[in-house]
Unconditional design. Structure first.
Length: 458
């Protein structure tokens, strides 16, 4: 007797719920522990500022930890993306504890990094381990790893829908892997609920009500075209900022590799540079996450949502701090610093464009991230989950504009270009140059399908 298609669908949904449930719960619990430890480390440094002077030593220690324990883990998020695209040596079990410890070390001593990379690697490592225990085949293992990315990302920011879409969208520019939709969404929701069950709370953001302004066409059009134009102008700047951030990480890393022959000296020198920058600008606002204030009046992500909550060049300082920190080998992630960069740049642009401060801080928050990760759809949903749906149209305009103007760049070198962003970028030479600039100097391209504007790498 032929089985009903609804029975098959129900069976598959039930199967994947059972498979991802333990991975999501363990991931959520681990991320809850991580966020708790991270908060302790950051606030401990606030009261013991001398710890910054040990940052070079901490960086050297992180290097040797990875040399001894982190084999195959050094690639971080890129390793997980590569394993989803094409199975290789696998995700090591020790990736999760090693990245957790080294990220807390980075923040304890003042490194300017984020937490998304840690969360994604925790989720990917746990998913890979459970996939081996369940003896999943290669196709199911890829779906499990995608669910792990979603669980980690959704849980660390409290944005489960964004986590699911991010995991589908981040693998390749211009293509979304819909076959992993249910596992990713289920894992992200369960992990987020788990974090909340442990009593961990996320930072809340608020956009002030934007008053309706009248201009010569406002009586005929329901939308404020002048505000939309300002959003587009700002989003172009957000996209260029994303391009600069991605490029600086690769260029600084290449400079260290070329000029410092002793590898363990790279994080030591990077730590010294961060100390020097801190004394050059006279404040510690650009260290660590930049979410909680070290002192009253400190520049943070929440402060950027208010007038005078950021300096004109706060976004540039944070860019230099974070790219130096990550390029020299410290651990964490790029996303929270990108939130900081975007929010403070949005604050600055709001004054130049005579636009609402909190709205443009929110637009910068998500749009710089969208341009740097090439995930405009996920970032649009992030805006809705974090700030509400009233300005969803503006979120979409900002994220997709920044996505186009960031070019074929990105913070994840393993992210391939499936579909070029614009006409004229679909020839072999242009695509190859774009991949090389994004860190693919080691990659060989064996097949192009230019008629469909796609590219596959092996």
């Amino acid at each position: 007797m032929k089985k009903s298609p609804y029975y098959v669908i129900f069976k598959q949904l039930l199967r994947w719920t059972i498979l991802v449930f333990p991975a999501a719960v363990v991931t959520g619990s681990t991320i809850a522990l991580f966020l708790w430890l991270l908060n302790l480390a950051i606030h401990y440094r606030f009261t013991h500022q001398w710890l910054l002077f040990l940052l070079p030593v901490a960086g050297t220690a992180i290097y040797f930890i990875y040399s001894c324990l982190g084999k195959n883990s050094e690639k971080g998020n890129n390793l997980i993306i590569e394993e989803i695209r094409q199975s290789g040596e696998g995700i090591p079990k020790r990736m999760a504890p090693v990245i957790l410890v080294t990220t807390v070390m980075t923040h304890l001593f003042g490194g300017s990094a984020g937490r998304e990379g840690t969360a994604v690697q925790i989720g990917g490592s746990i998913a890979a381990t459970l996939g081996r225990w369940f003896r999943l085949n290669e196709a199911d293992t890829r779906l499990m790893l995608t669910a792990g990315i979603a669980a980690g990302f959704g849980a660390v920011f409290g944005t489960p829908l964004t986590g699911a879409i991010f995991a589908l969208e981040v693998l390749a520019v211009g293509r979304i892997q819909y076959n992993a939709l249910f596992p990713a969404l289920a894992a992200s929701i369960i992990a987020d609920i788990t974090v909340a069950a442990w009593g961990i709370h996320h930072t809340a953001y608020h956009i002030d009500i934007v008053p309706h302004t009248s201009y010569f066409m406002s009586d005929w059009l329901p939308m404020d075209l002048l505000l939309i134009l300002k959003v587009i102008v700002a989003a172009i700047a957000f996209g260029l900022c994303s391009f600069m951030f991605s490029g600086l990480v690769h260029e600084i890393k290449a400079l260290f590799t070329k000029t410092v022959p002793v590898k363990w000296l790279v994080p030591f020198i990077g730590g010294l540079i961060i100390i020097g920058l801190t004394y050059l600008n006279g404040k510690q606002d650009y260290l660590s996450l930049g979410v909680d204030p070290q002192y009253p009046g400190a520049i943070t992500i929440p402060s950027a949502f208010h007038a005078a909550g950021a300096d004109t060049w706060s976004w540039l300082w944070k860019t230099v701090y974070t790219t130096t920190t990550l390029a020299s080998g410290f651990k964490g992630g790029e996303v929270t610093p990108l939130f900081y960069i975007g929010a403070t740049l949005g604050n600055t642009l709001s004054h130049l464009l005579n636009a609402p401060v909190s709205l443009f801080a929110a637009l910068g928050f998500i749009a710089v991230f969208a341009g740097a990760t090439n995930t405009p759809l996920a970032c649009t949903f992030m805006g809705i989950e974090l700030f509400g749906g009233e300005y969803a149209l503006l979120f979409g305009i900002a994220c997709f504009t920044a996505y186009f103007f960031s070019g074929h760049s990105g913070i994840y070198s393993a992210q391939t270009i499936a579909v070029p962003k614009f006409e004229g970028a679909d020839d072999e030479k242009t695509l190859l140059q774009a991949q090389q600039k994004r860190g693919y100097l080691h990659t060989k391209f064996s097949k192009y399908t230019l008629g469909r504007k796609s590219i596959r790498s092996h």
